[in-house]
Design a protein around this ligand. Structure first.
Ligand code: PAF
Length: 287
């Protein structure tokens, strides 16, 4: 098994399983954090949380091709494995799992995973390929690592809903934990894609969380969901976003719309908006 600095790296399922079975023999519980690398403090918070919930933590670093559409940024997606390994070691991770595309997707593989309702709407409309790819790779990763607990960020709130449904429906005995979004000093949700923003775009990007917070506050005054969504969309365009894919106020538990168009229970305000060629998503609790 290779290693970066002090952190062992497994490149194959067999190597991963050797280490995990060895931990199991010693009686350790196992936590897992899946990532696509280009790590930031948001990922490291997930690793630290996994470390509080389990004796040993595995983090995967795998830029998953099946969740990118042909026109998306797969080749340009930032890859910085040596730095990622150092950061993971510092956050208390015990093993980095960094398989090749061929290891994850052998040429003769044909199985797909379709989660249904939680993957429809919002990101599922804007990026129709994505949740099939996420569901497939997360199902495979959970089977490969077989962790007691896996930690995901609420930044990708719909992804968290998709993973929760997948784990229940496929009887995967891993506890799925969601962690609040980590933000910079201006409230901008940390994301590997923030690295693409120019200085001017960064200033505009910092308005996103403020607009969502205002929208969340408005839903709680009883304002109609449709009006809140429209006003937030206008506010984003006025702030300088080039295009808004959606602003949506949905039920927190399942992301379904509120019947009657008035928030009458726990809600989530979610948005996806573009700054030039960079697409940002964020969400906030309301009510
Ligand atoms: O959230 C991500 O980084 C990815 O979608 C995940 C969960 C690692 C699957 O590739």
């Amino acid at each position: 098994m290779a290693s970066h600095t002090a952190l062992p790296v497994a490149r194959t399922i067999a190597d991963l399983r050797l280490t995990v079975s060895d931990w199991r023999r010693q009686g350790f519980t196992v936590g897992f954090v899946p990532t696509m690398g280009a790590l930031h403090d948001g990922h490291l918070a997930l690793v630290q949380e996994a470390g509080l919930r389990a004796d040993r933590v595995v983090a995967s670093v795998f830029v998953n091709p099946t969740q990118f559409a042909a026109h998306e940024d797969l080749d340009a997606y930032p890859r910085q494995e040596t730095r990622d390994a150092e950061l993971l070691a510092g956050a208390g991770c015990a093993l980095m799992y960094a398989p090749s595309v061929e290891e994850m997707y052998p040429a003769d593989a044909t199985t797909t995973v379709s989660v249904g309702a939680p993957a429809e709407g919002l990101e599922g409309v804007a990026r129709p390929e994505m949740f099939g790819g996420v569901a497939l790779v997360v199902a495979k990763l959970l089977n490969q690592v077989r962790p007691d607990v896996a930690v995901f960020g609420e930044k990708d709130y719909q992804q968290l809903m998709v993973v929760r449904r997948l784990a229940i429906d496929l009887d995967i005995p891993t506890e799925i934990v969601g962690m609040p979004t980590v933000r910079d000093g201006h409230g901008l949700a940390l994301s590997s894609r923030n690295a693409y923003l120019t200085g001017e775009e960064q200033t505009i990007a910092r308005r996103l969380n403020g607009v969502l917070a205002e929208a969340a506050a408005r839903t709680m005054t009883g304002r109609a969901v449709g009006d809140v969504e429209r006003e937030a969309q206008e506010a984003l365009l006025n702030a300088g976003f080039s295009h808004v894919d959606y602003v949506a106020v949905r039920k927190s538990e399942n992301l379904r719309p509120f019947e009657g168009g008035i928030v009458d229970g726990p809600a989530r305000v979610l948005a996806a908006a573009w700054l030039g060629r960079t697409r940002l998503i964020d969400n906030m609790a309301a009510g």
